[in-house]
Design a protein around this ligand. Structure first.
Ligand SMILES: NC(=O)C1=CN([C@@H]2O[C@H](COP(=O)(O)OP(=O)(O)OC[C@H]3O[C@@H](n4cnc5c(N)ncnc54)[C@H](OP(=O)(O)O)[C@@H]3O)[C@@H](O)[C@H]2O)[C@@H](O)CC1
Ligand SMILES: [K+]
Length: 494
């Protein structure tokens, strides 16, 4: 189970464990896990450990005591930069300090000159960081980042909010880690917003706690197990009607590419029949994919098709009219881009969406989510999980909040963060492709939540596949994604 625990949930677990384990046990285990992770990363002889004022510093001191202790067989120079706070450290941190002082570790008060550290271990702040890092601590973080050496962060890169993935600010700083070893359970902030960039590779050290002993977490990482039941091999005796119809509605003047990209994605993700109903007619045929049927949105009868509304749709009277009609109807809906902006401007449409019975997936980027919630995009990004949850509950829909570590939330409050994808997806049309895959999976009978989880996972994995083959992240184009998504889906189905 790929659980993601909030800081409050971790504190609760810590609290209940404190009643059964001897004092200091968890810090000792964290120190041991940190020391082995450091050894695994080490190529060279010089290790610098940064130990801050709290228990995160205690973990680093325990690790130093092990790496430079009497039982070590490690041939390395261990240096500790310890920054005590104004308040006395916890008893377990005091013990760790005494053990580190008694070891061969060399203590310094300031960052030594030179940049030849083989490894830097960041134990400045963990989940107890309550305000931005300032003053000489800020200077230290900036100096460490400027060295550009491999960094192992303990629990969370110092400066990053483990709940939200935001650097604690305004104008805050955080340690740029190569790898993060996080304790007891994984944390959402390491996987979304700025978290993926700051945490690097994430490794979980459960500290001897059986996952079954932990209470259920409020969030989780997305993975194929969450939607794989829909990926059964196709029966020989099937026909195009077995895989549903998708109609993409969009394409104002000059924006014909957006619905065509969505439609191609729907086709490549396996929908039986795909239409584009264009606001401004685009022509008789898509010569690249003549399978796609082109229609005029004004007089299009979508029948039982799943509707993907919004790609390049604009805000004309026609756009408004087809959106209104769709919200009145009973079709399963994917709402993206301009459809979301029109809904954001109209409390009436928001109410209609919330009251519909049929499934709906909405796929906002942070600015679209902000408009829907009536806040700024900084507020949305400041707590992406909360924003997605709030929107899902208000609109009574599955919400896909796009961005690094896309968040998928449903109206029941379940939240997942997607681990696939890369910077190549920050390109025009990539959202149109995602909406098309969502619509395709819905049309094939997937439950809305699973369709959203599956589409987001596959879309990200398609980009990862393209990057692995050299087609990105620089210059990756949205038009390449549908074929890569098809390959990912078929690989999953096998
Ligand atoms: N949970 C668990 O089960 C386990 C937890 N473990 C470890 O403990 C970590 C949490 O420890 P923690 O609670 O002591 O907090 P931590 O992150 O060290 O920082 C707090 C200190 O920093 C200070 N401070 C805060 N902000 C500041 C600022 N901007 N600038 C300067 N100072 C600032 C603050 O002082 P104050 O706010 O009182 O001034 C306080 O002294 C956790 O991440 C994990 O590594 C493991 O040992 C094993 C099991
Ligand atoms: K840290």
């Amino acid at each position: 189970m790929k659980s993601l625990f909030s800081i409050a949930e971790i504190r609760k677990i810590e609290h209940s464990l404190a009643e059964t384990l001897p004092p200091g046990t968890l810090m000792q285990r964290a120190g041991e896990a940190a020391a082995s992770a450091a050894r695994a990363m080490l190529s060279g002889r010089k290790i610098l450990l940064l130990a801050g004022p709290g228990n995160n510093g205690g973990d680093a001191l325990e690790a130093a005591a092990i790496l430079a202790g009497p039982d070590t067989d490690l041939d390395a120079e261990v240096t500790v930069l310890h920054r005590p706070g104004s308040a006395p450290p916890s008893p377990e941190t005091q013990k760790a300090l005494a053990r580190a002082r008694a070891s061969k570790a060399h203590f310094v008060d300031a960052l030594p000159l030179g940049r030849d550290w083989s490894l830097i271990v960041d134990g400045l702040f963990g989940i107890g960081l309550a305000r931005p890092i300032e003053g000489d601590m800020r200077a230290l973080v900036e100096a460490i980042n400027a060295l550009g050496r491999p960094v192992l962060a303990l629990d969370v890169p110092s400066g990053l909010d483990a709940d939200t993935g935001a650097v604690i600010g305004p104008d805050g700083v955080a340690i740029q880690a190569t790898r993060t070893i996080t304790f007891i359970g994984n944390k959402p902030g390491l996987h979304t917003f700025e978290g993926r960039d700051y945490a690097g590779q994430v490794q979980v050290a459960p500290l001897g706690i059986d996952p079954g002993q932990r209470p259920p977490a409020g969030a989780r990482l997305n993975e194929p197990a969450l939607f794989a039941r829909h990926l059964a091999p196709r029966r020989h005796n099937s026909h195009k009607g077995s895989f549903g119809d998708v109609a993409v509605i969009g394409g104002a003047r000059g924006m014909a590419g957006a619905p065509l990209l969505s439609a191609r994605a729907a086709l490549f993700a396996g929908a039986g029949r795909v239409f584009v109903a264009a606001i401004e007619p685009v022509g008789a045929v898509d010569f690249v994919h003549p399978e796609i049927m082109l229609r005029d949105a004004q007089d299009f009868d979508s029948g039982a098709a799943t509707l993907v509304m919004g790609p390049g749709m604009g805000d004309s009277v026609t756009a408004m009219r087809v959106l209104f009609k769709a919200l009145e109807g009973k079709a399963a809906l994917v709402l993206d881009a301009d459809a979301l902006n029109l809904i954001a401007d109209s409390p009436d449409l928001q109410g209609r969406l919330a009251q519909r019975e049929a499934p709906a997936i909405v796929t906002p980027h942070p600015l679209e989510a902000a408009r829907l919630l009536g806040v700024t995009s900084a507020v949305v990004q400041g707590d992406r999980l909360a924003a997605a949850r709030e929107l899902a509950s208000r609109l009574h829909a599955v919400v896909v909040l796009k961005g690094s570590g896309t968040v998928i939330a449903d109206a029941d409050g379940a939240v997942a963060i997607n681990p696939t994808g890369n910077a190549g997806l920050a390109t025009a049309g990539s959202g149109d492709v995602l909406a098309g895959i969502c619509g395709s999976l819905l049309a094939q009978g997937w439950e809305p939540r699973e369709a959203a989880l599956g589409a987001v996972w596959v879309h990200g994995a398609a980009a990862d596949r393209l990057v692995a083959h050299g087609s990105g992240p620089i210059g990756l184009t949205a038009g390449e994604l549908p074929a890569a998504a098809r390959a990912v889906l078929n690989a999953l189905a096998r």
